[in-house]
Design a protein around this ligand. Sequence first.
Ligand SMILES: [Zn+2]
Length: 695
Amino acid sequence: MKSAFLKNISFNAVNLAASVCLIASAPLCAAVAPYARFEDGMLSRTRPAGWLAEVCRLQAEGLGGHPEALSYPYDTCLWNGKIPRMGKHGQDWWRYEQTAYYTDGLLRLGYATGNDAFVAKAVAGIDYTLANVSSEGYLGHPSLWDSKSYKLKKGYDMWPLAVFFRAMKAKYDAAPDERIPAALRRNFMNYKSGYISRVRNVVNVEGLLWTYSKTGDRKMLELAEEAWRVRKPRPPEKKNELAPVNCASDEAIHMHGVSYCEEMKVPVLLAAYTGKKEYLDQAVNVERKLVRDHMLPDGCPTSAERTLGNSVHLCHETCDVADYTWSLGYFLETTGEGSYADKIERCVFNAGFGAIGDDFRTLQYFSNLNQFIATSDSDHNPQNYGTTWMQYRPTHETECCAGNVTRIVPNYVSRMWLKDAKGCPVAALYGPSVADYGWATITEETRYPFDGKIVFRFSMKEPKASAFTYRVPGWCKSGASVKVNGESVAPAAPGKFAAIERTFKDGDVIELDFPMDVRFEKVPPRFVVNNKDLKRGIKRPADRFADASQGTVVCRGPLLFAYPIPSERTVDDVEHANMNGKKSGNSEFKCWNLRPAGAFNYALAAHKAEVVGDFSAGDGFFRNPGAVRLRVPVRRIEWNLAENRFTPDIPEKTVVLDGAEETIELVPYGSTMLRLGVFPDLSKQTFLGTVPKGG
Ligand SMILES: [Zn+2]
């Protein structure tokens, strides 16, 4: 038997020096992005299995397959016709942005699960759009254009098309449709670079570069580079867009969170298509600053709706989970750096599922690490304070998140399996699935992220020399093991990809094992960017924890673990004024008021945990999550709801109540609705009350 050998690949782009080496290397994937390490496009050849298939099923039976439950504008013709405006609600372009999110999620879920009805419904919108262009070739629904000038109306003019492009790309990836790049090319030829550079128009660089790759028209590449080059940031106090200058600086960026997450992909895509070091440096730097200044422990940056710093009391908008992880996918593909895959997993498994209600029938607009209450008046964010936005409900005042939430899981599946420069398999994000590479079918048997054991089984007709690239997650600092047909090989370093090169044959087995130790991660000190936007009466003493941790989160593998607070659940059928008369069009999809029906005022008494339950049997975020539990010691502290209706901030001083040490059980954060996710840490606080035993 040929012995397997392992080739470590120095894909390190953690620091800029390393990225210089990366970008100086020769073009690899000549067909698509010539300087990218990996390529996507495997979605229609990937089938989720196990817990992931169950989540896809719940999405299809829940919000994903029931647009009527989401209400307006999802209960319209979508992009397959003219979407009517609902009174004066929202801005004129919203309905096209929102339904473009939904069309993308619907199409990708259809491809991932073989649901032909979903595919057909989404493709009908693409066909309509391709068949209804202006004489000049403007693409997008005619209602977005001024009827006389045929110019797009004021606002984020080209933005809805940037969203819809992703659905068109998904269709092309599944089966090339040459009408798509031809129509995009004709459309983009109408625009000058200065116009493309404006606000979120610039996200169209994603479509411009893709069109360049499919048509070979260098004008597309030139427009993309020029749009980024001429882009100017606004004055610092009004900054609401990324530009080369602030991507290159060390200055914190304070802007609309979704825009940050969307626009950060522009320089990394330019790097992938041009190989220019300056673009990659900007991209790595701007993502680094987002993590440094705004990241929450559940893997998603704050956005409520601006990036307001890293206070664990601030929330993120659910759109950010979809947009941040989609952009990170391009960072992953371009650099081949494992840390970006780690970040996608952490964001989806925790922030993503944590914002989705049980049975995938509700979602939050804003979600938080600590959620002691979720009712129609419990939103504690500066934005829309005291309203429905933190409630689990199928309909929301602003509808973007309801469309975007349907992209989270399909986008994850889209990036699970990639190709390297030679078209060889890359297992980029982990989860139970089957991938068809044509010459081989690879079955990934695992309960990851609930368990660290992963088995890949190869099925093929003819032996073939190939590489197989896998990664060791960054959290697996030691003990990773890799076996090829039972024979151990040296594993990649933590956070790195590595390739196994051999002649693969039918029945080959690769086994990975990543020991999952329980980790107590200290949350970084609070950082507040700008207090001007903290308004509407919320009391938030800025910087008071400037030198201290904001508490501790409990992790195992890529998962956070949280205490599921017992809740009292009642249907909320009140017609709230801010909902503009919108109601779910499906009576089986309820709006919920969740109030705490048990204690939540716990602080960790020690950094120790007992693993209980059967981790190998954990079957998901929605079904039987209690199979996976961590038992931790806690003490009750003085910590109450604010004004009897808001989740309180982490207490400034920890006052320990009388009473014995208790033990509570934590479950995967993503499976919880009311939760305690960030624990005050007794050992780090000042005690004004009883000092616990041994404390
Ligand atoms: Zn949103």
